[in-house]
Design a protein around this ligand. Structure first.
Ligand code: PHE
Length: 342
């Protein structure tokens, strides 16, 4: 038979083929598309065909191949359909549950703090966790060898002239902001900080802080107090009261520690507030003029306040978690409890 007629015959066979089941599909595949398919023979014969009809014949074989492939894929779809039917899928079965994660309690509190301050115009600033001596200490008015450096047990990475350490507070970010921005400045810096302390229920070698900084003309201690009262009421409820106790930080003068009225016992006295009715939540003060000058801000023209709080501490009060270690152990039974918190 001439090649031309052979091609025609196969084309007719392919068009007429009715693939009814998987066996027929496989037979079709072997004949037209398998490793020893008949098309290969046709291509071989094509080599000896006269030149003037070679091109046409070649195209005809290609077309044959395409229609074989098309037929096969149609048949394969049908085959799937047959198999699906055989398995008797139950479309009414409930879908398998996908376990949803939950926000970490510290993230919940951090986001809440950020929201509260963003409502009164505070931006969020971030900085490196590995800091140099300047940003963590010197620019914050900690003179070299000053005992105040011992207030924060530091993890040093590099000792010597230009000491490198894990930041002990996010006040370091505030220095970076003051160095790079002109007042008015109104920003908070949330982040992880590190201190060389033995790990126990009440202390950890790392924890999280949010520190705030406000610098402008004529900023007063009254502004600080009102800002903190606003924060306490947003965080702990309308009835929350604050009280300020004199304290000391090298970078603020005057400095204070702030207590919030115990929301657990309504200030009547309980074991959380140790029967005082008050809970310590943060440190604050007016930014020391030395700190402003060190970052290139004119302390004659500008004044400001700063405050800093531990996120774990706030979370502890809101969620009544007494052991700090829980926050970093990633025990799923602990974390799961915050699923419905927000
Ligand atoms: N940086 C202080 C600390 O880590 C907190 C603080 C910030 C105090 C700002 C006063 C002003 O303990």
């Amino acid at each position: 038979m001439e090649l031309k007629d052979q091609i025609k015959d196969y084309q007719a066979e392919i068009s007429a083929a009715e693939i009814k089941d998987a066996t027929e599909l496989e037979a079709f595949r072997v004949k037209f598309l398998g490793s020893k398919n008949i098309l290969k023979d046709l291509y071989k014969e094509l080599k000896d065909a006269p030149n003037e009809i070679k091109k046409d014949l070649g195209q005809a074989i290609n077309a044959l191949k395409l229609s074989a492939e098309e037929k096969f894929s149609k048949g394969a779809k049908k085959k799937d359909f047959i198999q699906l039917g055989a398995k008797k899928l139950d479309y009414s079965r409930p879908a398998e549950e996908v376990a949803l994660g939950s926000r970490h309690p510290l993230s919940i509190i951090r986001n809440e703090i950020i929201e509260i301050f963003s409502r009164i115009g505070y931006t969020v600033s971030e900085g490196p966790e590995i800091e140099d001596d300047w940003h963590n200490f010197s620019a914050l008015n900690f003179p070299p060898e000053h005992p105040a450096r011992d207030m924060q047990d530091t993890f040093f990475i590099k000792k010597g002239d230009n000491e490198i350490a894990l930041r002990t507070h996010t006040s370091s970010v505030q220095v970076r902001v003051m160095e790079s921005q002109e007042p008015p400045i109104r920003t908070i810096s949330p982040g992880r900080v590190y201190r060389n302390e033995a790990i126990s229920a009440r202390a950890h070698c790392f924890f999280h802080q949010v520190e705030g900084l406000y610098i402008d003309k004529n900023v007063s201690f009254a502004d600080l107090k009102q800002t903190l009262l606003y924060f306490a009421r947003e965080m702990f409820g309308e009835k929350a009261q604050i009280r300020l106790r004199p304290s000391y930080f090298p970078f603020t003068e005057p400095s204070a520690e702030v207590d919030v009225s115990c929301t657990i016992c309504n200030s009547e006295g309980c074991n959380v507030c140790k029967y005082t009715g008050w809970l310590e939540i943060l440190g604050c003060g007016m930014v020391d003029p030395n700190v402003l000058e060190a970052s290139g801000i004119d302390s004659q023209k500008y004044s400001g306040f700063a405050f800093g709080m531990g996120i774990e501490r706030i979370a502890q009060l809101k969620f009544r978690v007494n052991d700090l270690r829980m926050y970093s152990e990633n025990d799923i039974r602990f974390l799961d409890q915050f699923k419905s918190a927000y």
